[in-house]
Design a binder for this molecule. Structure first.
Ligand code: NDP
Length: 335
């Protein structure tokens, strides 16, 4: 990570290899820690928020210029001096974007059971942070308020979080309106069971919601004009689950929401949330239920798998500009 980007982060042309950073895998001192081989890293929209000028406040902290990016990842334990992990364990957690890491187990890390023998990239996608976000946020802020037949609107609906929300909403008997940014994505979201799917780049969100609403629950992944349209066509006492606002992550100026008055007239509740705050309440249930539902095919998911750590920068730019199709992960090495 070489400098704080302005607008979209543009990856460097070369992949720097720093010989002074190599380690002897057999002999490197672990000092009571663990030697990990990084297998898969996750590329997610929030990473852009960690690329800010020092001093800017962000709940996950900022990336330091001159250091590797880090993020959710799956790694294999090669050597361990810590009783919590043994060689061969497959571990999910926050890791730097590099091939090998020596560190101490921390509270973000979890040894995966993977009884279903899913491909490991699933554990940074539907069985990792995006799945956790969808599951926990849905259980806490949508499920308790819904009645059968209620209208749920989901944006970025082909993506890592949105595609799960479509399926959770359909499983509750809701009418699902969903938007995505290309015809191919629209087709995919339709195949997940959404009732009304449209390309927000070619069809007016306002017109769709005017015809198909009013909206009882809005799952917001993008903010901006979609949020404004959802406010305009919200049902009385609607619930808005504010998961993300990707449309403003790369803009210098924030978007000014025009229809905020609707919060009063329609008695709308906004639930801004971070999955981390819901971990304790829902994570054990998530790991019990999601991997089997994925393995059985009950939950469908599209993975956008990139190979080679040197392609992680471009992968992030693709996610931020909507070129990804499905959950983006980067396979760094085979087991
Ligand atoms: P996705 O896999 O959905 O990828 C991002 C997608 O956002 C793109 O593919 C693109 O889809 C869409 N997008 C990009 N730019 C814009 C834009 N200007 N306007 C509208 N849509 C845009 O990402 P995730 O599922 O990982 O993340 C979805 C949201 O959830 C993000 O806002 C993220 O920050 C948030 N999030 C929040 C968490 C929490 O704890 N609250 C945790 C994890 C994620 P398209 O082509 O359809 O436009």
């Amino acid at each position: 990570y070489k400098e704080v980007p302005k607008g979209f982060p543009i990856p460097g042309k070369t992949y720097d290899y720093d010989a002074s950073q190599t380690i002897d895998l057999e002999k490197a001192p672990l000092n009571g820690g663990v030697l990990f081989k990084v297998l898969v890293v996750s590329v997610d929209p929030y990473m852009r928020r960690k690329m800010q000028e020092p001093g800017t406040d962000f709940y996950l902290g900022l990336y330091n210029v001159g250091e590797p990016l880090n993020g959710w990842a799956v790694s294999k334990v090669l050597r361990s001096e810590n009783p919590a992990m043994k060689p061969g364990d497959i571990v999910y957690g926050l890791f730097p974007f590099q091939e090998y890491v020596i560190s101490h187990p921390d509270p973000t890390m979890r040894v995966l059971e993977n009884k279903e023998k899913l491909p490991l990239y699933k554990y940074v996608g539907i069985c990792g942070m995006p799945g956790i976000t969808a599951h926990h946020g849905w259980m806490e802020y949508a499920h308790p308020y819904l009645k059968k037949g209620d209208v749920v609107f989901v944006t970025a609906a082909s993506g890592a979080v949105g595609s799960i929300i479509v399926q959770l909403a359909k499983a509750e008997g809701c009418k699902v309106i969903a938007s995505a940014g290309s015809e191919e994505k629209v087709e995919f979201v339709r195949s997940l069971g959404a009732d009304v799917v449209f390309n927000y780049k070619t069809v007016s969100t306002r017109e769709v919601l005017k015809k198909e609403g009013p909206v009882n629950v809005y799952w917001d992944n993008v903010g901006g004009e979609s949020l404004d349209a959802a406010l305009e066509f919200a049902a009385q006492k609607a619930h808005f689950v504010i998961c993300g606002m990707i449309s403003s992550y790369n803009t210098e100026e924030p978007y000014n929401v025009k229809n905020l008055q609707q919060l009063v007239w329609r008695e709308i509740t906004f639930h801004g949330f971070l999955f981390l705050s819901l971990q304790e309440k829902y994570t054990e249930d998530f790991y019990k239920t999601f991997p089997p539902r994925v393995a059985s095919g009950e939950l469908k998911y599209k993975d956008d798998v990139v190979h080679g750590l040197e392609n992680a920068g471009k992968a992030l730019l693709d996610v931020l500009s909507g070129k990804n199709f499905g959950k983006c992960s980067v396979v760094v090495a085979d087991e």
